[in-house]
Design a protein around this ligand. Sequence first.
Ligand SMILES: [Zn+2]
Length: 381
Amino acid sequence: MQFKDIVGQEAVKQRLVNTVAENRVSHAQLFLGPEGSGSLALAVAYAQFLSCENKQADDSCGECASCRKYQKLMHPDLHFSYPFFAKHKDDTALTFIEQWREAFTVNPYLSLDDWRGYLDAENKQANINIAECHQIIKKLSFKPFESVYKILILWLPEYLDKEGNALLKIIEEPQPNTLFILVAQNQDQILNTILSRTQLVKIPSLTYDEIKQHLLTQHNQTEDAAAEIAYLSNGNLTEALAMLQQDNKGYHDLFVQWLRLCFSNKGLEVLSFVDQFAKMGRENQKNFIRYGISFIRECCLLMAGAGNLVHLPAKELETAQKMTNVLSIEKSQYISDELEKAHYHVERNANPKILFLDVSLQIIKILNLKTIPQGSQYIPN
Ligand SMILES: [Zn+2]
């Protein structure tokens, strides 16, 4: 993995490259970034850069013996640790290294959910167990074989539980030239004892434009599709890539048409819409609802006079402007609440027909309210 293969994050890349030039590579670092920010990919690219035998100004060379082994994640001085589902008590991350290499190679932006898919996990809890902690200590007690550095990348230290305390000594007083790179998503869920011993590298979400550009140039998306997915994914490239796999087109038209039918209270047509929703499949239903919530939020921004914050493609913006004629901020809030509830229930496997019928009826009520009494606690039911 080279820095050039990673979407955006130019400031982080520069900062990492500088640690080498300025000779201040910290032996224990915590890469903290939300899902889909590329934090794992950055950790691997950084490790490859540190080990590269022919470093370029701002990236590894991609061609030296070390880089070639890194590209396959098969360098003897590169180690990974990650959550897994132990079938036997002495299973460690190494038991699943083949799956790990495949998963990362297929998608360096993988989520824990994607990773579960490689593990045949059923419903078991993922964690990093004590056997794995001992394995880490053992691996890191040797000197590097080939490189200047021996590097351990530990993905999702949130799953260490208190067993992680076994690692404190080795994080604090590592062997010379041994580096720990922890890659985490939630600072709150990491053992404080570990947090206080690592140097924090904050990795932001990607921007709307970065995701959109990536979809346009690397995934052959049309302008409209790229804009819609970039908008829905909210800075999460993992999510955006997952949406590419789904039939994601046309949420906008569908959503607006649905609101129109609800507004004009056309019972039969609403029913046929409900049938259509029910057949969409759960992931699509969730994305559709998420689209609706985002779209309503943009309408609110328009009504609140904050049009400069609105991020919609031209066609959708035009519709949003028209929608503000029949919406109010209050009504939008109620609709948005209904959609949030619906999203919650879809995730929990509610019957989609009943659910979407119910939401439609609520939206019909809300859109057709003449006024909402000031200060009333009207929550449509
Ligand atoms: Zn190289």
